[in-house]
Design a protein around this ligand. Structure first.
Ligand code: KG4
Ligand code: ZN
Length: 340
C-alpha cells in the first residue's frame, strides 16, 4: 500500500511516499530555518504563509522523485495536530483537496504518533515497546502496546526537552535552531566517558513517577551565567553546553529505566528532534538493553513518519469508510493521553 504523507505542523513543509508503512520511496522537505533565523525562532503567521507558498511544490517534487502520479497512491495521510494551527491548516487543506479530487481515503495523523513511527522506517522493530519522545514541544514516555494503542505514561510538567535546549542555546548566544547548534558546540568538549564529573555539574530535577521538568535546569544555566564573569563564561561555553546536554541525557535515561522497571517491557525506542542529540544517543546506546533510534533525518520533523503512522492507523481501523469523510479539524494541543 502506497501512502502519501504530508507534514506542516511547524517550520518544515514536507511530503513523502512510503510503502506498507516501512519502505521510504521518496521523502522531501523544505525547511524554513533560513526564513526564521533573523528572529531567533519560528514566527507562526510567517510560517503558515511560507507553507502556503511551498507545499504544492514539495508534494509535486516528492511524487516525481517516486516516479508516481497521485492516481497510483492508495491513501493520503496528513498531520492534524498538535502544532501551529495556521501551519497545520495549510497541509490539511491541501491534503483534503487532493483526497477529494482524486477520491482517496484521507487519514488524519497525530504528529507525535508520527514521531514514534519514524522508528519503523529504518528498523524492523514491532510493538510492544516503550518510547521516549522528546521534541520541541513535548517530552513524554509512551507505552506502545500495538500499532494503534499508544498511551502516554509520563510527560513534562513545564518545558519540553527541546525547548530547554533552545533556551539554553540562546543563553550561549547560539543561533536558531538552538538544539543542533548546542550539540555541535558541545561536541567540541572532548569527553567520551559515560558520566561527566566536571566543574559545571547541573542538578538532576526530582519529579515524581514518569514525569519530567526542565525549567529548573534551564534556570540553573542562567544562574551560572549570572555568577560567572564574562570571560569565564565565554572561555567555558563548550564545557557548559556539554554539561547541560549530559544532564538532559541522564534525566532521560533515569526515567526510561524507571519505565522499564514499572512495565517489565525491555524494548525501548527514542524519537523526536532531541533524539538526534549526540550525547543522548551515546548514553542510550550504552544502556544494558537494546535501544532502537531513528536515523538523524527521521528524528526531526519529516513526512515519511506521517505516512508510516497513516498506514498503521488505516490498517487498524475497522471502518475504512470514515477516511472518505474529510471533515476532521486541526488541533494545536493534545487533549487526551492516547496517540494512536
Ligand atoms: O521533532 P522536532 O523536529 O519538532 C517538534 O515536533 O517540535 O524537534 C525539534 C526540537 C527543537 O527543540 C530542536 O532544537 C531539537 O528538537 N533538536 C535537538 C537536536 N536536533 C534537534 N536538540 C538537541 N540536539 C540535537 N542534535
Ligand atoms: Zn516534531
Amino acid at each position: 500500500m502506497l501512502i502519501l504523507g504530508i507534514e506542516s505542523s511547524c517550520d518544515e513543509s514536507a511530503a513523502a511516499v512510503v510503502k506498507d508503512g516501512r519502505e521510504v520511496i521518496s521523502n522531501y522537505l523544505h525547511s524554513q530555518i533560513e526564513d526564521h533565523k533573523d528572529w531567533g525562532g519560528v514566527i507562526p503567521e510567517f510560517a503558515s504563509r511560507l507553507h502556503y507558498k511551498k507545499i504544492n511544490n514539495v508534494i509535486s517534487k516528492t511524487l516525481s522523485d517516486a516516479n508516481l502520479s497521485l492516481n497510483e497512491i492508495d491513501a493520503i495521510a496528513v498531520t492534524h495536530g498538535p502544532g501551529l494551527i495556521g501551519s497545520l491548516l495549510v497541509g490539511m487543506n491541501v491534503a483534503k483537496t487532493l483526497a477529494w479530487v482524486h477520491n482517496k481515503p484521507l487519514v488524519p495523523v497525530n504528529h507525535l504518533m508520527g514521531h514514534i513511527c519514524s522508528n519503523f522506517l529504518d528498523s524492523d522493530i514491532e510493538p510492544s515497546f516503550i518510547c521516549l519522545l522528546a521534541s520541541g514541544g513535548h517530552t513524554q514516555i509512551v507505552r506502545v502496546n500495538s500499532y494503534s494503542e499508544m498511551v502516554i505514561s509520563g510527560e513534562t510538567i513545564d518545558d519540553a526537552a527541546g525547548e530547554a535546549f533552545d533556551k539554553v542555546a540562546r543563553l550561549l548566544d547560539l543561533p536558531y535552531p538552538g538544539g543542533p547548534e548546542l550539540d555541535r558546540l558541545a561536541q567540541g568538549f572532548n569527553f567520551s566517558e559515560s558520566v561527566y564529573k566536571g566543574k559545571y555539574k547541573f542538578p538532576i530535577p526530582k519529579v515524581k513517577e514518569l514525569n519530567f521538568s526542565f525549567s529548573g535546569l534551564k534556570t540553573s544555566v542562567l544562574r551560572l551565567k549570572e555568577k560567572l564573569c564574562e570571560a569565564e563564561w565565554s572561555e567555558n561555553r563548550t564545557e557548559i553546553a556539554f554539561a547541560f546536554q549530559d544532564c538532559v541525557a541522564q534525566v532521560l535515561k533515569k526515567k526510561i529505566e524507571t519505565a522499564i522497571e514499572d512495565s517489565g517491557i525491555e524494548q525501548v525506542i527514542i524519537a523526536g528532534g532531541v533524539a538526534a542529540n549526540s550525547r543522548i544517543r551515546k548514553i542510550f546506546n550504552e544502556m544494558n538493553i537494546k535501544v532502537t533510534m531513528p536515523s538523524l533525518k527521521y528524528c526531526t520533523d519529516n513526512a515519511a513518519m506521517i505516512a508510516s503512522a497513516g498506514y498503521y492507523k488505516y490498517l487498524s481501523s475497522q471502518e475504512k469508510e470514515i477516511y472518505y469523510n474529510y471533515g476532521f479539524e486541526a488541533f494545536s494541543k493534545l487533549t487526551t493521553n492516547s496517540l494512536g
